[in-house]
Design a protein around this ligand. Sequence first.
Ligand code: CU
Length: 287
Amino acid sequence: MRAHIVFSLCLALAPAACGKSSDQRSFTLQGQVLSVDSARKMVVVKHEEIKGFMPAMTMPYEVQEVGLLDGLAPGDLINATLVVFSNGAHLTTVRKVGTAPLEKPPAEAPNPPASSGFELVRPGEPIPDASFLDQGGRKRRFSDFKGSPVVVTFIYTRCPDATFCPLMDRHFVTLQKTLKQDSALSGVRLVTVSFDPVTDTPAVLTGHAKSLNADLSRWTFLTGDRDEVDQFASRFGVSVTRSLTDQRDITHNLRTAIVDADGRLVKAYTGNDWSPDQVLADLRKLE
Ligand SMILES: [Cu+2]
């Protein structure tokens, strides 16, 4: 959260210097490479606890330069530098220190598509299913939305930075308005997923929906089991880290995505610089 605020100030004052801000935080990340995706500058790492920052987990990480992935292969053990800034994180150094057998070689994995469960979904691929609770406390599965195109975003209601989660909310308010007026888009659903289930209970989400004048016949707010939400969100490229001492102290990036009526990813927007008009134009191309 602190990082959010620093980043916004920094954007306003000195955009060019932003990347070099001394307020960004660096951590040493040690782990094993599970997969490498040079086209997207991504590497999935199963890593140890990062003291004071995040527990051990498996997650996709972006690298600062694609060259950092040269020669890396699944199974490699690495020491890397993770730099966390407001709208995400990336690896700035990657050093191979060994190799070890992968726990589950892809060939023996139980599911033929052989994913670690955390790999990014690409356009055209089906969105994984997950179960949630909606703002009314009802059990919902993401697959329940099949049959309608969905615009989905990830937020938490306590986000203090007006250019992050609250901006996603405002964009969705704008989308809701147009979707209502444009009969060609009347079937489109909006889904906002909270990655802060500790705070964002169904009751809190109901209040949040009210404050946004959300039309609940079109716009659904979801919360759920933290790990399940995290895993679902990570498939869209969302990374969420919570302070070890306070689960509500959250650092996160942003992803907003269009999912078609068959439940396949159409497009994912990164960060906070997409506009409702862009999303509407992409929705109109669907049919
Ligand atoms: Cu936020």
